[in-house]
Write a protein that binds this ligand. Structure first.
Ligand SMILES: Cc1cc2nc3c(=O)[nH]c(=O)nc-3n(C[C@H](O)[C@H](O)[C@H](O)COP(=O)(O)O)c2cc1C
Ligand code: SF4
Length: 488
């Protein structure tokens, strides 16, 4: 893709925290930024323990779930998967949020190499947990204060269980824009879940949670984000019957899963990763991103956390109501994210270099980071006692720790989650807490290769910066793919 990268000042070229502050002020996107990275010994707010569901988590760093498209075809972990989980543990973060999305049904996988949370992979799930813990012990010398969960998913509209190139969607309802974008026949009823099929799915979520509990995970994340099934249900206003319509109906699958886990596995903590806002799906292109045509759909009833009259803006009233209900149903912690990597990557994974199925950034990615942090701030203000994890920090690059400290110190968020940054620089939390400085050459520069590679059937990883991935033959394949795309 031709790059629009020069349009916005690069974060790596902002010479000081003050220059980032000045740029944010120009963008009307103020963030709390500390002046310097503090170690645990300095009293960093990120080193402070916090109670979650009766467990004292040792610090405020969280590792987000990051799948690698690299499990074996039977859903068990490969060496790549195990290495990634070991790195998650080595990070020094005390909250490992789910590791990666693990599918509760083989047909619910987003790719044929997705990890499975089914009985056949019980041993694999145990190995992943052990690897993560071993990495953590190696880095920090102790497992004290470490909380590890497993993320449970069904990919819904984005299922590709058998072939990296072939969608096999199983959707909550027909969405006029997403059907068009992903070439789903709006008259095809066979790809819509029936209520009876959902009862089986709910059983499978509960079985997967039991499996996670049996092998030692301390919590499960009933994933409701990124356009996958349980997120899609939250906007299923046009779906008839008990799993659609009003908020009660739209959240019924989610709450039924949660209530059953609580009553059948009372010792297992429950978290939810939630896309707290969304926007209109964008067109894939090599130009600056443009939303699909939506004027004819106003008031817009096809989003969750969007303003129906102006769906390019977020509206957190329903998401906050949903979160209140989640707390009432015993959910201990919520990890906030937004949108979907399939139809609005710029809001979800702010990047200066877009993935191959994206588009050039329609705004300075700093604004996209600010939007995620600001939405979390508003949720925290509405629900001060609910522990919240924030997402979308990687684009802050060298200044990520300054914003992380500032956000926790100012009460904007309880935990700062790392996504892409942990692929390029797993030890960042440890380096901050122990040394108060970063290894700049490992800082993620949002090249998006970790997203572009799996879009072309390759395993994901940080090809530009991680020596291990740099040496793989897949790196050459990826370079060739990107060159071809640039020539088109
Ligand atoms: C390669 C890759 C894999 C991801 N896999 C998952 C996943 O399995 N589950 C999930 O909830 N989010 C997943 N995400 C999203 C991240 O958890 C995170 O929300 C996102 O990258 C934004 O955070 P960041 O700015 O720190 O990267 C993935 C992101 C990337 C780049
Ligand atoms: S490939 Fe590496 S540098 Fe690029 S976005 Fe992913 S983690 Fe960051």
């Amino acid at each position: 893709m031709p790059s629009e990268a020069d349009k916005y000042p690069k974060v790596a070229q902002l010479k000081s925290v003050d220059s980032l502050r000045a740029r944010l002020a120009e963008l009307n996107a103020t963030l709390p930024l500390d002046d310097a990275i503090e170690t645990a010994a300095d009293g960093s707010p990120l080193a402070q323990p916090i109670e979650v569901g009766g467990f004292r988590v040792g610090n405020r760093w969280c590792i987000h779930p990051m799948e690698g498209w690299d499990a074996n075809r039977d859903g068990s972990p490969s060496d790549y998967t195990l290495r990634r989980w070991r790195n998650f543990g080595r990070s020094g973060a005390k909250l490992i949020w789910g590791g990666e999305a693990a599918a509760v049904q083989p047909s619910g996988r987003a790719n044929p190499n997705q990890t499975l949370a089914t009985p056949e992979n019980k041993r694999g799930l145990a190995e992943l947990l052990e690897e993560c813990r071993a990495g953590h012990r190696e880095q920090t010398g102790t497992l004290d204060g470490l909380l590890v969960g497993l993320q449970l998913t069904h990919s819904g509209r984005f299922c590709k269980p058998a072939d990296h190139a072939k969608w096999a969607p199983k959707i909550a309802y027909h969405h006029p824009l997403l059907d068009e974008k992903f070439k789903i026949d709006p008259a095809d009823a066979t790809c819509v879940w029936t209520d009876d099929e959902l009862e089986v799915l709910i059983d499978d979520y509960v079985a997967a949670a039991r499996l996670a509990y049996d092998v030692g995970y301390q919590f499960v994340d009933v994933k409701a984000c990124h356009g996958y099934l349980l997120h899609e249900f939250l906007s299923s206003r046009t779906r008839p019957g008990k799993f659609g319509g009003d908020l009660d109906g739209r959240s019924r699958v989610l709450f039924t899963v949660i209530d059953r886990i609580r009553s059948e596995i009372p010792g297992l903590m429950i978290g939810v990763r939630l896309s707290v806002f969304d926007t209109i799906p964008y067109r894939t292109s090599r130009e600056v991103g443009q939303p699909m045509e939506y004027q004819q759909l106003l008031p817009y009833g096809f989003g969750f956390g969007v303003d129906e009259c102006d769906p390019m803006k977020f509206d957190l009233s329903e998401p906050i109501e949903l979160m209140r209900r989640l707390v009432a149903h015993g959910v201990a912690i919520i990890n906030l994210t937004c949108g979907s990597p399939y139809y609005v990557p710029h809001i979800q994974r702010p990047a200066i270099f877009p993935p191959s199925d994206g588009y050039q950034p329609p705004e300075d990615p700093l604004v996209s980071v600010w939007r995620q942090m600001e939405s979390v701030r508003q949720c925290k203000a509405a629900l001060p006692h609910l522990p919240l994890v924030g997402s979308g920090y990687s684009y802050l690059q060298d200044y990520l720790p300054h914003a992380a400290q500032g956000a926790v110190r100012s009460g904007w968020v309880d935990f700062v989650g790392l996504g892409r940054m942990v692929l390029s620089y797993p030890e960042l939390p440890h380096d901050c807490l122990a040394e108060g400085k970063l290894k700049r050459k490992l800082v993620c520069r949002t090249f998006s290769d970790c997203t572009t590679a799996p879009r072309h059937g390759l395993i994901s990883g940080c090809y530009p910066l991680d020596e291990y991935y740099k040496r793989l033959p897949e790196r050459e394949q990826l370079t060739a793919i990107k060159q071809k795309l640039n020539e088109e």
